[in-house]
Every structure is written in structure tokens, then in C-alpha cells.
Design a protein around this ligand. Structure first.
Ligand code: PMP
Length: 404
């Protein structure tokens, strides 16, 4: 038995998926033409699975700021902020994010994954309780593994279930931290944050909202779902990422908790990893400014999301419950999803294949994510490709009959 023998089953599962056509886990973009187009397998391809919500990866001002910082400050910081110091850009970005969210404090992390891992595992000590939605992102589940405190799960997007579980924990003397996401990454469904905020108030617990997929996407000024439904005052911690609407990499947490800054010397995923390179900090800061000064990006994103969601739903595909920039088509089997994904790629459309166990309720999903940079024509082309492949594979007639 080798040390990797425990993964034999996983490898076989992976080989079956990759053996059915192209390997979805090693897709290589040979060339990027723009934030919505690339060359894959020598073919010009529409990119509809990149989380590039505002299309800022090719924004000229973001590129210019990144290049300027690269030339002036070098390629990397070569160390962590507590051991090797911060560059002024890190502090500037934290100040601007705190200002954007109207909060006292902000900590920037090297990824969004580390922001969740670090903040949640540091906040929840051995005498506390972490309460998470059952469909939480892997970074939240991994934080749950790291904490010494008790972990409780509640039914996905179900405020009544959360309330019930908190009532049962009412006599527990420790602090309780409830963690939810604004928009869920697989199905694009939106959390009922107004109701969650009420449960939070009634039970006197802390609330953390991960707005990874909703920053720059929802709310009057793009702060996310908490802003959209008017409950920001009830949210104690907002976590976000630079890897989606800001088109870079990195993560952050903002809060008004008076002692929040102690986290800088208590939070291991912040302390024991290198800080972001100056170029990434500079392009992220510029992207945040673009997000703030150009609401038109968000409005275009909303219109494109609606166009894709309605287009696919009207064809008879089963899509998620809410219209958001993540539009996921659910198929009856893994095999069909794999075949569908391959045919779309051959037709010149790149999306994400999401299969169990990585999906909620073991769904087989064709996951798309829309960008403000897509033209309406690109969205229509994508819908047409879905329609064509859906008919070829017999998915559409089946689903239409099922709906009748
Ligand atoms: N939270 C959620 C809900 C996510 O979907 C992701 C990334 N997919 C993350 C956190 C982690 O973000 P990052 O890519 O910055 O590590």
C-alpha cells in the first residue's frame, strides 16, 4: 500500500470523467483574447465560467497600476506582514476597503480561502460555537475543521432551522458565530439575509457573511447582498475576495469590532504566509475604485445575468432558484453532464463542470458565470449552443416533457 493508495477510488472516478472526452480539471487556455474570450484547443472560445463578474481582468487602468507597482516595487514581498513588514499598498487597500464598507477595520489576506480559514478559526475558540450553513464553501468547512470549538450545521438557506438550533444552544455560555454566504457559488442562490439578520438579533449571536460572489454584484453601491436587503448593521464580519469581481487574487475581512486588530497577531493563516505582491495589491485597489466609480458595470452584469438565466430557463433547462451571475443548469446524470460539457467546449463555449461530491444535493451541474464584459450577442450565442447540444443529447425534449 503506498501513501497515495487511499485515493485509488478518487483517481478512478477522475479517470472516468477525463476519459469521456477532454479533462475538465486540466483545461488550458492557450491564449486569452479578452476577459470573455480565449483560445482553447486551438479554437476561439467564449469564456462563460470565470467568475470575472465585472470583466476587470483586462481593464487598462488596472493593468497599468499593476505594471507600475511591479516595476517600482518588484515581483513579491517575500514574506508575511508580521515578520517582514507591509508595503504601503497593503495598508492603502485596507483603508479603502474599510471606507467602501463603512467599517473601522479591514485585514487583507493572501486569498479569500485564507480569509475565511483565518477569520473563522481564530474567532471561534474552544468554548465557542461555530454555526454554518450546510452548503458552505470548502474554506468555511476547512475553518470548521481548524477550530477547537463545537461546530453546528443548519439546513441550507433556512432561517427557521437556524433559529431552532440556536434556541437549543441558548444555555451554552460561549459565543456563537453564524456564517452564511451572500450568493452560493454552485447554484447561484441568494441567502435570505433579512431573515438571517432577524434570527441573529433574536439570539444575540455574531454574524459573518461571505460576500465573495456578491461584492460588486449586488447592492446599491456594490457592497453585496447585506447592502441590498439593508441589514449591514447586523453583520459583524464581511469576508470577500479579490479573485472574482476585482479580477485578481486575495481576500479580506472588514469589521467594526473594537479589538479586531488583535487578529493580526492571532490569526495563523494571516501570520504564517507571504503577503500579496505589490502588483496584485495595486490592480486590486484600482479595480475597487472602478467598481465604486462605475455602477454601469454592475448594471450590465445584472442585465447579462437575466438574459442568460431567462434564455436557458425558457428553453426548458432546470436552472437555480435565483437569477444571479452564477447560472447553473442541473442535468439528470453525471454522464450526461460530462458529455454536455465536452460538446459545449467543442462548440466554442467554456463553462464549469460541477459534479458530486462538490455540489449541493449531489447535483450534476453545468455551471456558468456571467460577466459585465459579455456582449448580449455572446450571451445569445451561448444560449444557442446550450439549445443545440441539449437537443443533440436529448436533454431538452426530456426536460420539456417532464415539465408538462
Ligand atoms: N468563499 C466563497 C463562497 C468562494 O466561492 C470562494 C472561491 N471560490 C472563496 C471564498 C475563496 O476565494 P479565493 O478564490 O479568493 O480563495
Amino acid at each position: 500500500m503506498t501513501i497515495l493508495a487511499k485515493y485509488t477510488q478518487l483517481r478512478e472516478h477522475y479517470h472516468r470523467i477525463a476519459g469521456a472526452g477532454r479533462d475538465p480539471f486540466t483545461v488550458r487556455f492557450e491564449r486569452l483574447i479578452s476577459s470573455t474570450e480565449g483560445v482553447l484547443n486551438g479554437r476561439r472560445t467564449i469564456l462563460l465560467g470565470t467568475n470575472n463578474y465585472l470583466g476587470l481582468t483586462f481593464d487598462q487602468s488596472c493593468i497599468d497600476k499593476g505594471v507600475e507597482a511591479l516595476i517600482e516595487q518588484g515581483t513579491g514581498t517575500t514574506g508575511s506582514r508580521i515578520a517582514n513588514g507591509s508595503y504601503s499598498g497593503h495598508a492603502d487597500l485596507e483603508t479603502e476597503l474599510a471606507d467602501f464598507y463603512g467599517r473601522q477595520h479591514c485585514m487583507v489576506f493572501t486569498t479569500g480561502y485564507q480569509a475565511n480559514l483565518g477569520v473563522i478559526s481564530t474567532l471561534v475558540g474552544k468554548d465557542d460555537i461555530l454555526v454554518i450553513d450546510s452548503d458552505s464553501h470548502a474554506s468555511i468547512y476547512d475553518a470548521a475543521k481548524m477550530t477547537a470549538g463545537q461546530v453546528v450545521r443548519f439546513r441550507h438557506n433556512d432561517p427557521d432551522d437556524l433559529h431552532k438550533r440556536l434556541r437549543r444552544l441558548a444555555d451554552h455560555p460561549g459565543n456563537k458565530l453564524v456564517v452564511v454566504e451572500g450568493i452560493y457559488s454552485m447554484l447561484g442562490d441568494v441567502a435570505p439575509l433579512k431573515e438571517f439578520a432577524q434570527v441573529k438579533r433574536e439570539n444575540g449571536v455574531y454574524l459573518l457573511v461571505d460576500e465573495a460572489h456578491s461584492m460588486g454584484v449586488r447592492g446599491d453601491t456594490g457592497r453585496g447582498v447585506a447592502e441590498e436587503v439593508g441589514v449591514e448593521a447586523d453583520v459583524d464580519f464581511i469576508v470577500g475576495t479579490f479573485s472574482k469581481s476585482l479580477g485578481a487574487v486575495g481576500g479580506f475581512c472588514v469589521s467594526d469590532l473594537p479589538d479586531f486588530d488583535v487578529m493580526r497577531v492571532a490569526c495563523r493563516p494571516y501570520m504564517f504566509t507571504a503577503s500579496l505582491p505589490p502588483s496584485v495589491i495595486a490592480s486590486s485597489l484600482q479595480a475597487l475604485r472602478r467598481l465604486r466609480e462605475e455602477p454601469g458595470l454592475r448594471h450590465r452584469l445584472t442585465a447579462n445575468s437575466r438574459r442568460l438565466y431567462d434564455g436557458l430557463r425558457n428553453l426548458g433547462f432546470q436552472v437555480g432558484p435565483d437569477c444571479s451571475p452564477i447560472v447553473a443548469v442541473s442535468l439528470p446524470s453525471k454522464e450526461l453532464a460530462i458529455a454536455f460539457w465536452n460538446k459545449l467546449l467543442e462548440s466554442g463555449l467554456y463553462i464549469n463542470l460541477a459534479l458530486p461530491p462538490a455540489t449541493p444535493n449531489s447535483l450534476s451541474l453545468l455551471r456558468t458565470s456571467v460577466s459585465a464584459a459579455h456582449t448580449p450577442q455572446q450571451i445569445d450565442q451561448a444560449v444557442e449552443m446550450f439549445a443545440k447540444v441539449g437537443r443533440q443529447l436529448g436533454v431538452l425534449p426530456t426536460l420539456v416533457q417532464a415539465a408538462e
